[in-house]
Design a protein around this ligand. Structure first.
Ligand code: NAI
Length: 260
């Protein structure tokens, strides 16, 4: 029970990586808030965690909307009394070559990944800075926080930006006992990835099997997908780590696809 007594707000937690982090955190003793734009799915995830004996609530939150972020964060503190861990994880993917990338899609990507990270951080810090009680903020980056791939200009730019935000927060937050990190997964089979397989096959003119074997797993040491549990266990380790010896770091979880 490494997170006993802790409260975690996890965005995009109705699905995929965020959902698994919520499940693992709840098993480790944390009270978890499943914050998602899809409230029905968030409630369902919270109900599953409660049925398994954990403490959870579903919270409606569009991370691009400042009022919604502030109201959702306040609802978590009203429900659980405090906020110790923020996982800024909500995300989408839109693939297209730069020449065809619409400005509207570019802005949508920055809004969810970068604005969302900023707004949720700012809202969480109001509680974490109070009396220097501190906390941990973890951004869901990607191997694409360090590496580039064709078709992903907006995603790669947004995921690189999270490294900068995390490093500034590590420095500003230190005196308030707030730490920050970026977790950088390789490809994980979630709805976000399943949707891109046919899209990338079409854009690159290759088969779906080749997208998986060459594009997604070609750079790994073993041809194996990263799992939601690999990422959740990393998030657990970072949230439970006892000192600021680890802060402002990025942790790559990618079967050796990218090595720092
Ligand atoms: P997913 O599609 O399974 O889950 C994303 C969740 O975010 C969904 O529940 C969705 O409703 C929610 N969401 C979307 N827009 C939102 C908004 N504006 N406000 C609040 N919630 C919103 O995706 P997955 O794969 O679990 O991705 C989670 C994070 O992990 C994303 O930031 C993604 O970029 C990152 N990531 C994913 C990788 C993968 O291979 N699946 C690899 C590296 C990073």
């Amino acid at each position: 029970m490494q997170l006993n007594g802790k409260v975690a707000l996890i965005t995009g937690a109705a699905s995929g990586i965020g959902k698994e982090i919520a499940i693992v955190y709840a098993k480790a003793g944390a009270s978890v808030a499943i914050a998602d734009i899809n409230l029905d799915a968030a409630q369902k995830t919270a109900d599953e965690i409660k049925a398994a004996g954990g403490k959870a609530i579903g919270v409606a939150m569009d991370v691009t909307n400042e009022e919604a972020v502030n109201a959702g964060t306040k609802a978590v503190v009203d429900a659980f009394g405090q906020l110790d861990i923020l996982i800024s994880n909500a995300g989408i993917q839109i693939v297209n070559p730069i020449i065809n990338y619409s400005f509207a899609d570019w802005k949508k990507m920055q809004a969810i990944h970068v604005d969302g990270a900023f707004l949720t951080t700012k809202a969480a810090l109001r509680y974490m800075y109070k009396d220097k009680r501190g906390g941990t903020v973890i951004y869901m980056g990607s191997v694409h926080s360090h590496e580039a791939s064709p078709l992903k200009s907006a995603y790669v730019a947004a995921k690189h930006a999270l490294l900068g935000l995390a490093r500034v927060l590590a420095k500003e937050g230190a005196e308030y006992n707030v730490r920050s990190h970026v977790i950088c997964p390789g490809f994980v089979r979630t709805p976000l990835v399943d949707k891109q397989i046919p899209e990338q096959a079409k854009e690159l003119g290759i088969s779906e099997e080749e997208v998986v074997r060459r594009v997604m797993l070609g750079g790994t040491v073993d041809g194996v997908f990263t799992t939601v549990d690999d990422v959740a266990q990393t998030a657990l380790f970072l949230a439970a780590f006892p000192s600021a010896a680890l802060t402002g770091q990025s942790f790559i979880v990618s079967h050796g696809w990218y090595m720092q």
